[in-house]
Design a binder for this molecule. Sequence first.
Ligand code: MLT
Length: 259
Amino acid sequence: MPPIVKLVAEERGQGTPLVLLHGFPFDHRIWQAQVEALSDICRVITPDLRGHGSSPFPDGVYDMDTMAQDVLALLDRLDVRRAIWAGHSMGGYVLMAALRLAPERIMGAAFVATHPLPDSDAKRAQRLDDATEAIRLGSTRIVCGMLDKLFAPSVSATPALAQKTVDIMVNTSPVGVAGALRGMAGRPDSTGTLRSMTVPAVVVVGAEDQIVSLDVARNMADTIPGATLVIVPGAGHMLMLEQPDATTDALRPFIEDVL
Ligand code: MLT
């Protein structure tokens, strides 16, 4: 396992810890609205995963286990033994790795626009090519190429929202982009992890997510014992930015049940 890196994180509120993990290639800022809304009931911790935001971006493959170990080490430093975890997309892959590595540290799991499936061969090959390109030529084409798929097609993203999203994505270093792409390319099937979960779980998905389909989200919720599914209308993959209040409302009752 590569050495753990010291993640940069923000914290707000008091009480039971809630860890919000961002997806690729974003950072903790995607959760700003949820931090503001949920810090009245919990201690909300928003890390930047390795390679993203202000956290270190070592060379290498950011496999999901290593990213999960980084988060667990952060929680150790913050003196947090158990927390509610929520993971968006790649952050959900990291949460599934943490469920394998340290299930006793997870009080409840919210899976936001994510899924347990490994990459197809074609997707894996594309990710590895993109990683090589990111290192050689920079990552702007790759991250900006994602933009079309991030938002609900029926609701045009405001220029401000699109710009905020691009600003976060282009802030991710090419080394970080490459590391995460290579790590995601090698991730395992997490279906068995979900099937054996024993803590409360919720699956939250945008009704118009072009990356995680409703069928995939429904299957995910059906796989996890006792999980509920919440579909956020008028939202795509970036539901926490597109429909911040509805996304918070999807998470709040689940969190209150776990508290
Ligand atoms: C993400 O939002 O984290 C990515 O879409 C995940 C992925 O590329 O599989």
